[in-house]
Design a binder for this molecule. Structure first.
Ligand SMILES: *[C@@H]1O[C@H](CO)[C@@H](O)[C@H](O)[C@H]1NC(C)=O
Length: 431
């Protein structure tokens, strides 16, 4: 389904006689040059990278100039690399000509599939097909960040690191050495607070801005929940985050092992970043933490490697700050595919809930899935928000402003600090 789509694009391009030179056209002054670190397998991520870390890449006729050149653009970068035939705009349901893409993908670093160990691992063939096709459009591939040549004079370079969390510190350090102006780092950024703090300091010394992939900050349901709360002082808010794992020991054991940094760092980090941002929750401002023992569960399960991994499969807890603010977070590995903001009154009676995806999103998700079938369901749902984040970062790099709604690495440091502080407290309450 997918590859024939690309072939037909090639035919289409050949049909209008676009030659290779035009295809490999240089980056324009109104675009940042993107180095994508860790792309994984197309649509799935069966190799080294976690499925949640996949970028979406569209190949489209250039929408930024009138030339019929084939420009590979990073349009919405949170779905596995895939090709869409000049339909980027369709996906977003806006007319093609109104889309201005401020970024161009020039380089992909794929440490897993391009390593000896990764050769012939699951997803390898798809990756090679993907690589061959992209190379024809001028995108260059490298196995390591170190091999990436310096950016052209005057070009702003953005590195997007979407690898396994455990690999991030090393990849990040290498990105600082190849002349990146900004780095977009996927949550939680690093496996431990100490590593993330080092990364923050190194970036600061190198004069590199670091932005985080916290998509919920630009999600509608969070904006609506916050608006409701602002208009109804005294309501209590719970942010709910669901995943769609099968509720079995094998499935959760695999999840626990792959996301060995634990639920708070890997999953609820999004909600922790929200409470850091909007409720001034920090390790120092927390007065008390209370797990909902009836709902929550912490388990020790065997992972595929045979080792035992202890983590929460369901967790609900309330944080009370020293100022008396109460805010709750609920994360459920087997709760579904949605995220919700719920407001309750003082007695816990639900007043309102705002959900992602909502009815409005359904059409967008359906269209995206029709056009690019076979990706993880939540990729379709989250991709507009990730697109927003990345486009704002690219645009801000060009005009020298600060991207609105995008967290910097210091917010990630505070969130990770909170995760490391809360995990043992909550485990103790539940075990
Ligand atoms: C959300 O956006 C605001 C405003 O740009 C920013 O200050 C904050 O760090 C962001 N927080 C998260 C979690 O993305």
């Amino acid at each position: 389904m997918f590859w024939p789509l690309f072939s037909s694009l090639s035919l289409f391009i050949t049909g209008v006689s676009i030659n290779r030179e035009q295809q490999q056209q240089h980056i324009m002054s109104n675009q940042v040059s993107v180095v994508l670190v860790g792309c994984g397998a197309p649509l799935k991520s069966m190799g080294c990278t976690s499925p949640e870390m996949q970028p979406i890449i569209y190949v489209t006729s250039s929408l930024v100039d009138d030339a019929l050149s084939l420009t590979v653009i990073v349009c919405i970068m949170h779905l596995t690399p895939c090709f869409v035939r000049c339909r980027c705009a369709d996906l977003r349901q806006v007319p093609c000509h109104t889309v201005v893409i401020p970024a161009k993908l020039e380089i992909i670093v794929e440490p897993w599939f391009m390593s000896t160990a990764g050769t012939n691992s699951p997803g390898y063939d798809e990756f090679i097909r993907f690589k061959t096709n992209l190379e024809q459009t001028g995108v260059k591939f490298f196995a390591t960040v170190k091999e990436v040549p310096p950016a052209d004079e005057g070009t702003k370079r953005l590195a997007i690191i979407s690898a396994r969390t455990a690999d991030n510190p090393k990849l990040f350090a290498d990105c600082l050495k190849v002349g990146c102006h900004s780095i977009f780092l996927e949550k939680p950024g690093a496996p431990s607070l100490a590593e993330l703090e080092n990364m923050m300091n190194d970036a600061q010394n190198a004069g590199v801005n670091v932005f985080m992939g916290f998509n919920k900050n630009v999600s509608k349901y969070v904006a609506k929940t916050r608006q409701y709360e602002a208009k109804h002082p005294g309501v209590k808010v719970t942010y709910v985050h669901n995943n769609n794992y099968e509720d079995s020991e094998a499935s959760l054991g695999e999840c626990f092992e792959r996301n060995a940094e634990g639920m708070l760092k890997n999953m609820a980090i999004h909600e922790l970043a929200l409470v850091v941002t909007y409720y001034a929750v920090t390790v120092d401002s927390v007065a008390s933490v209370e797990a909902d023992k009836e709902f929550s569960s912490c388990k020790s399960l065997k992972g595929p490697s045979g080792g035992a991994f202890t983590d929460f499969d369901k967790l609900k807890f309330a944080i009370t700050t020293k100022e008396g603010k109460v805010i709750s977070i609920l994360a459920d590995r087997c709760g579904g595919d949605d995220s919700v903001g719920i407001a309750t009154d003082a007695d816990g009676k639900e007043l309102v809930r705002f959900t992602m995806p909502d009815g409005e999103d359904a059409t967008q998700i359906e269209n995206a899935e029709k056009r690019v079938p076979g990706a993880m369901p939540y990729f379709y749902m989250q991709d507009p928000d990730y697109s927003t984040l990345k486009q704002r970062v690219a645009k801000a790099m060009l005009d020298g402003s600060k991207p609105k709604g995008v967290a910097t690495i210091d917010v990630a440091v505070d969130s990770l600090k909170l995760a490391e502080y809360l995990t043992p407290i909550l485990q103790k309450q539940l075990l």
